[in-house]
Design a protein around this ligand. Structure first.
Ligand SMILES: C[S@@+](CC[C@H](N)C(=O)[O-])C[C@H]1O[C@@H](n2cnc3c(N)ncnc32)[C@H](O)[C@@H]1O
Length: 243
């Protein structure tokens, strides 16, 4: 276990994202090899930064008011949008999910310094975290610029594939939404086709989710691509009607 400090984005190591944080929260010593300052700083955010097993146990109870609608941003990077969502939508709970110590710690640091009560951060593979949510309870999920894995032999690593999209449909409320943005035309086309086959509906290209404060919530990667005049593919998708 000692070597698991940098988290790769695929395979076994990603599934173990957060294991060291979890062990240290339970009182284990930090690994002395590969010292990672973010791993140590993670211990300062007990009530802000959660691990997969804490999420599995507590779910929405990680928030002060568990009854608020829950918005999840998968792959939230350093937390820019988690902070924006939480600040502009005080009637919501916002959970950011990412898999690297540095990104979740930097997000937790901002949440703490700005004293934001309705935002939390989770270190976990999003697939495991979403699976823990009770069916039909998630108000919204955002996936902005997921790693595109453009090479043919890497396609299996893409986060947004049929089974995961089906899982999202099951977890979303009937009036919930899935907001997707990417610079990859191919990734967008594949996700859109899969969702269409699963019975999802989609909004107009530039529409924003109905229930949130209507702001663009521009992401760090989005700014990079638009700065180079590259096209962005985006849609708000609505889950299939449950019979
Ligand atoms: C290309 S970056 C995009 C960051 C941000 N959404 C933006 O648009 O600026 C993709 C992010 O997804 C995270 N990520 C990749 N696979 C993930 C997974 N299975 N679960 C959660 N986060 C993941 C990465 O660590 C990274 O922060």
């Amino acid at each position: 276990m000692q070597g698991i400090v940098r988290i790769a984005k695929d395979g076994k190591q990603m599934r173990q994202a957060g294991l060291l944080v979890e062990r240290m929260k339970k009182g284990d010593a930090a690994p002395d090899k590969h010292f990672n300052p973010y791993l140590h700083e993670a211990m300062e955010y007990g009530n802000i930064l959660f691990t997969g097993s804490e999420w599995a146990e507590k779910n929405a109870a990680v928030f002060d008011d568990a009854d608020k609608p829950l918005l999840i941003e998968i792959g939230c990077y350093m937390g820019k949008n988690v902070l924006e969502f939480a600040n502009h939508n005080s009637g919501w709970n916002v959970l950011g999910i990412d898999i690297t110590y540095k990104r979740v710690v930097k997000t937790a640091r901002k949440i703490k310094n700005l004293n934001i009560k309705n935002a939390k951060i989770l270190i976990s593979d999003a697939r495991a975290a979403i699976a823990e949510i009770p069916d039909g309870t998630l108000a919204g999920v955002c996936v902005f610029f997921p790693d595109p894995w453009p090479k043919k032999k890497q396609l299996k690593n893409r986060l947004l594939q049929g089974p995961f999209l089906e899982l999202l449909a099951r977890k979303l409320k009937p009036d919930g939404f899935f907001w997707f943005k990417t610079d990859s035309e191919d990734y967008f086309a594949n996700v859109r086709l899969t969702l269409e086959n699963q019975g999802w509906a989609e909004s107009a290209p530039d529409a924003l989710p109905d229930h949130l404060e209507p702001l663009p919530y521009t992401t760090v990667f989005e700014a990079l691509f638009t700065g180079k005049n590259l096209p962005i593919y985006r849609r708000v998708f609505l889950p299939p009607r449950k019979s």
